[in-house]
Ligand binder design. Structure first.
Ligand code: AP5
Length: 212
């Protein structure tokens, strides 16, 4: 199963991808996570990407397209993958189609997770991430047992640099301008399923499972 999770920043793509990984035993490919790893490692790519990420802008298409092409060719994607945060522009979607065609593969479904803007801002400002294992939390909606400490590995929780309110507003603008055209793009290909992303994490996972 080759899936795309589409949705605004904070719509829960990463959260739901983790459940899908467990259910279908296929890997999550998060371009945001790959880019943050590059930033952490201080690579040339990471340093360049950081300039865009800190402002809430998209990293240039040619950078992410190459990254994803390399990733979907890896052996663990043989039976499928979950793209989380890619594609984000029509150019990226076209490039993905070309890559999959060359690999004699096709997309199975694109799930659009719809969430109100006020809720997105609440989710993003309260998000915390484990610096060691990457597990995600929310200070109100999904708090760890001990404040600031990961339940799974005892790592320290931090707030992402781009989860400050002014950057969040910019990320939402960028999503509305550059990524929402993909809704029509995948609708025309009859691949899109819209899922209500309001409610509990479990409720939303139930809706996604039903759509699949
Ligand atoms: P990326 O990391 O992809 O960020 P994003 O798309 O903005 O998405 P988020 O990770 O912020 O949100 P999410 O939908 O995964 O929500 P989550 O599950 O964490 O990208 C970061 C940056 O990298 C971009 O701005 C760009 O610069 C660059 N980039 C990445 N991909 C790129 C690309 N393809 N092209 C160009 N540039 C690219 O949930 C959020 C919070 O809400 C969590 O705290 C969670 O616990 C909580 N939550 C989740 N579900 C619920 C629920 N149902 N109820 C209550 N709380 C919930």
């Amino acid at each position: 199963m080759n899936l795309i999770l589409l949705g605004a920043p904070g719509s829960g793509k990463g959260t739901q991808a983790k459940f899908l990984v467990r259910k279908y035993s296929i890997p999550q490919i998060s371009t945001g996570d790959i880019l943050r790893e590059e930033v952490k490692s201080g690579t040339v790519l990471g340093l360049k990407a950081k300039e865009y990420m800190d402002k809430g802008q998209l990293v240039p298409d040619e950078v992410v397209v190459g990254m994803v092409e390399e990733r979907v060719k890896k052996g663990d994607c043989r039976t499928g993958f979950i793209l989380d945060g890619f594609p984000r522009t029509v150019a990226q979607a076209d490039a993905l189609e070309g890559t999959l065609q060359r690999m004699k593969k096709a997309l199975s479904r694109v799930i659009l997770v719809n969430v109100d803007e006020d809720e997105l801002v609440k989710r993003l400002t309260g998000r915390r991430v484990c610096e060691k294992c990457g597990a995600g939390y929310h200070v109100i909606f999904d708090p760890p047992k001990q404040e600031g400490v990961c339940d799974k590995c005892q790592g320290k929780l931090y707030q992402r640099d781009d989860d400050k309110e002014s950057t969040i507003r910019n990320r939402l603008k960028v999503y509305n301008n550059q990524t929402t055209p993909l809704i029509e793009y995948y609708q025309k290909k009859q691949l899109l399923s819209m899922v209500d992303g309001m409610g509990s994490i479990e409720e939303i996972f139930g809706r996604i499972s039903k759509a699949l």
